[in-house]
Design a protein around this ligand. Structure first.
Ligand code: ATP
Length: 830
């Protein structure tokens, strides 16, 4: 995934007192305690405008996509907060009043959706007031743009989504000649689509795009399975855009200033895209924003983490495509407000990463949403009941008996809705296409949801793996999604669970030597690398250790020359964003970018699905993944975009395998490559050779780095515990001295040495000792390794070796791997 760009976020209205974030509301000049004139308006009716933010995340302290509103006063009337629209610049209340008054319950709560925040935001490709910002007129309609010699982008798209994307290349103007893309011509795409594809340099469709787009454009529903990074997003994104364009009225009024078509706010929704996590929803939004760059399509992302009120406001302003996570979407839909009806009329429903969307946890909300969409329109009682239930869920409480009655009534209604939806099925299906995409379909999902009969069908398939075969996937999805007509099934590469451009291997090592071998791999193949672990603790331990070993000498900027960044669910959102941004290699304003070095991200499985970061060459499984599909998704963070066979775009996935993991490893390989002959080009992952001459030379530095980082972690833990102790003592009104705190926490009076056992190896370490280790490490790192070049050269990234490239070309390992290991590599190549 590319790093998130500027986002709409906490408006003044959403910054409740409890949120801890300052409220921002732009004031007009002059101060008055109460407006003399002006009318009370709904919060949603105010003219919110996005506040311009610097691109770098560091400088905005979390205010991504801050919005402001002018000429409005916030007052309290009968205890309620009200908004008064004022006409003159003299009508404004003191800021203090404003801040006190605004408290509309920002729900910056943690959403259960797993990613929890790469994008726990709402984004739209179109600001509510684009007119004032537009530097140049945008085309009113893509169709009319066809006739122009030049296509002009929709400037709002640039403002909102593209500042940090590869699509910055879209900024140039394009002529008609530039958009001749013969490989796409059989699909008869509109000029604005072709123009965006040309700018993106997507000269050829990927296999899933070639197969899926014509079928979807012909009106079919579809289940599409294709490996990770194969371009599934545009496989449904392009037909959505084409459907939107073809549905535009031939004549529309247009805004005289911007030239943009004025479309009715209550226009039909073109598509609803459901993704399992916020992060994925955000990524889809970005991909589609890039694609829709030359159109006025309005895209809104609905995920947890922001106030429902604000999301409702954006939706009410007219929307063409919604990208949503199930939990928040259900929350909004169950609020009523006409959204049920709009969803019922949606033309295209997409489930991306369908196996995950239909997984337990999301299953209930998705089913509820699908049931509502299938239910006959005009049946409002169910809607009301849902709304009440949703409210109850949020606010709790309620009369038990009433609740039980309502439940019974709701169940009756639901039954009748299901019946009517079946009766109505033909009509609905004609109106709506259902598109389902994933790289994997997991067996346990099917078993969980389908009962014994399915289990039987599964075992009779003879497939020992836990990824579903084509027929089983089809059967399962047909049942689950209630397709009214048989959807088309596309599996562009049934033989490969893992993307073909991902070369797989293992490095065998001792139980206690994983850190050593990890470091070896990072030295040997310096490239943008994603390391997956099974625990947050491991991420916390590995990041400082690797930074001690790999960071540059630069001390400029925050984090100095660190090259290794963490990503896990316990990190605050801002840190997650920053980690991804740094890992993505965006230039840091405070660092000398000429000294850019390949970056490393150490992550838990929160990063396994959906991250589309360019040029990730290497994925390392520090721990064996828990499931086969997780292995597929983790590995799929490299070797992305199957439209090109350029070896530079190949990637490698390496499992660090300790003897204790060998049996599980064998099972995993069996599952993933049950039907193929392809993994290590012989049904197994290939053993990657390790030069045993290098290992002893780097062992000492790894040991030192480990000791230093362990000691720091323990000290941090002690300091945290002591802070907690002091604050608890203060709360209880107990006087506690530093020595008592040190005693309880296990630290002695000097503050250096712990008497407390059980805090791990670093607990008894003095500052002097740590300094000594650091000096020793420095000396070790400056030593040349006896291979004719220094380790400094290896770590510099200059002349770095691309593992996949070398494996593909069958060469380049002589100096490092040794002759006996070359045979293994050659075996892998066959
Ligand atoms: N026709 C194309 N030519 C070149 N690159 C493409 C093309 N279509 C998509 N891409 C790029 O390929 C990358 C992977 O696309 P996308 O994220 O849609 O893959 P995916 O199949 O959804 O992967 P995953 O299953 O991991 O989510 C993206 O960076 C996208 O911009």
């Amino acid at each position: 995934m590319a790093p998130p760009s500027k986002k709409r976020s906490h408006s003044a209205s959403e910054n409740s007192a409890g949120s801890g974030r300052p409220k921002r509301i732009k004031k007009a000049n002059g101060i008055k305690p109460k407006p003399k004139s002006g009318k009370i308006v709904r919060l949603d009716d105010l003219a919110w405008k996005e506040v311009s933010m610097p691109d770098r995340l560091d400088d905005v302290e979390g205010f991504f996509g801050l919005e402001e509103v002018v000429d409005v006063e916030v007052i309290r009337e009968d205890g309620a907060v009200k908004f008064v629209k004022i006409g003159t610049e003299n009508d404004e209340s003191p800021e203090q009043d404003v801040n006190e008054a605004i408290d509309d319950g920002d729900d910056e709560e943690e959403d259960p959706e797993e990613w929890g925040g790469i994008d726990d935001d709402i984004t739209t490709t179109e600001p509510e007031s684009t007119e004032a910002k537009s530097p140049s007129p945008a085309p009113t309609r893509p169709k009319s743009a066809l006739k122009k010699s030049k296509l002009t982008p929709n400037p709002s798209a640039v403002d909102h989504e593209l500042s940090t994307l590869s699509f910055s290349l879209l900024n140039s103007e394009t002529t008609e000649e530039d958009i001749a893309l013969p490989a796409w011509s059989p699909m008869h795409l509109s000029p604005s689509t072709l123009c965006a594809l040309a700018h993106l340099k997507f000269t050829h469709p990927t296999p899933i795009q070639s197969s899926a787009i014509p079928l979807i454009l012909s009106g079919s529903s579809l289940i599409g399975k294709a490996s990770t990074g194969s371009g599934k997003t545009l496989a449904f994104g392009i037909p959505i855009l084409e459907t939107y364009l073809s549905s535009l009225p031939t004549t529309t009024d247009s805004n005289p200033t911007t030239g943009k078509a004025i479309l009715p706010k209550d226009r039909k929704l073109t598509a609803l895209i459901i993704a399992p996590t916020r992060e994925l929803a955000h990524q889809i939004t970005k991909h589609l924003t890039e694609l829709c760059y030359y159109t006025d399509l309005k895209l809104v992302t609905i995920t947890g983490g922001l106030s429902v009120q604000k999301q409702q406001r954006l939706l009410d302003n007219g929307v063409d495509v919604i990208v949503a996570t199930p939990g928040r979407l259900w929350e909004i839909v169950s609020e009523g407000q006409g959204w049920v009806e709009k969803l019922r009329n949606v033309k295209m429903l997409v489930l991306d990463e369908a196996d995950r969307v239909l997984e337990e946890g999301h299953f209930k909300e998705v089913t509820q949403i699908l049931s509502l969409m299938d239910a006959e329109s005009g049946d409002s009682s169910d809607e009301e009941s849902d709304e009440e239930d949703a409210k109850e869920k949020v606010f709790g409480g309620g009369d038990v008996e009433k609740k039980a009655n309502r439940k019974r009534e709701k169940s009756r209604q639901a039954k009748s809705n299901f019946t009517s939806s079946t009766n109505n099925s033909k009509k609905k299906e004609q109106e709506r296409q259902t598109l389902v995409f994933s790289a994997t379909f997991h067996k346990s999902l099917q078993q969980k949801l389908s009962g014994k009969s399915f289990k039987k069908s599964w075992s009779s398939s003879g497939n020992g793996g836990d990824l579903l075969s084509s027929s089983e996937s089809m059967e399962y999805l047909l049942k689950k999604l209630k397709f009214k007509q048989k959807p088309e099934w596309i599996d562009v590469d049934p033989l490969h669970a893992v993307a073909e451009k991902v070369k797989e291997g293992i490095v065998e090592c001792g139980n206690m030597e994983k850190d050593l071998y990890l470091y070896y791999i990072l030295l040997r193949y310096p490239s943008r690398t994603l390391i997956f672990t099974n625990s947050i603790t491991s991420v916390k331990r590995l990041v400082p250790m690797l930074n001690h070993l790999l960071s540059t000498s630069s001390s400029e900027g925050e984090g100095g020359g660190n090259r290794v960044f963490p990503l896990h669910s316990q990190l605050p959102q801002k840190s997650r964003l920053r980690s991804i941004e740094r890992f993505s290699g965006l230039p840091h304003p405070k660092l000398n970018n000429q000294n850019y070095q390949p970056t490393i991200l150490v992550a838990t499985d929160v990063a396994a699905r959906g991250l589309d970061i360019p040029s990730v060459s290497l994925v390392i499984h520090y721990h064996l993944p828990r499931t086969a599909d997780m292995y597929v998704h983790r590995s799929g963070r490299t070797g992305r975009s199957s439209a090109t066979s350029n070896p530079a775009t190949f990637g490698s996935s390496i499992i660090l395998c300790a003897p204790g993991e060998a049996a599980a490893m064998a099972r995993l390989v069996g599952k993933i490559h049950a039907d193929t002959n392809t993994a290590g080009k012989g049904g197994q992952l290939t053993n990657i050779g390790v030069d045993r001459n290098i290992i002893p030379k780097i062992r000492k530095r790894v040991d030192l780095a480990k000791k230093i980082s362990d000691a720091h972690i323990v000290k941090q833990k002690i300091s945290k515990d002591e802070d907690w102790l002091r604050s608890a003592a203060e709360d209880l009104g107990i006087d506690i001295s530093d020595s008592e705190v040190a005693k309880i926490s296990g630290r002695d009076k000097k503050g250096d040495r712990s008497k407390n056992k059980g805090r791990g190896s670093g607990a008894g370490t003095s500052k002097e000792e740590i300094e000594k280790w650091k000096c020793e490490l420095k000396v070790e790192l400056s030593k040349k390794v006896n291979l004719g070049f220094s380790m400094r050269y290896l770590t510099s990234g200059v002349g770095g070796v691309n593992l996949a490239d070398h494996l593909l070309r069958g060469g380049g390992h002589g100096g490092i791997l040794g002759a006996e290991r070359r045979e293994v590599v050659e075996e892998m190549m066959r």
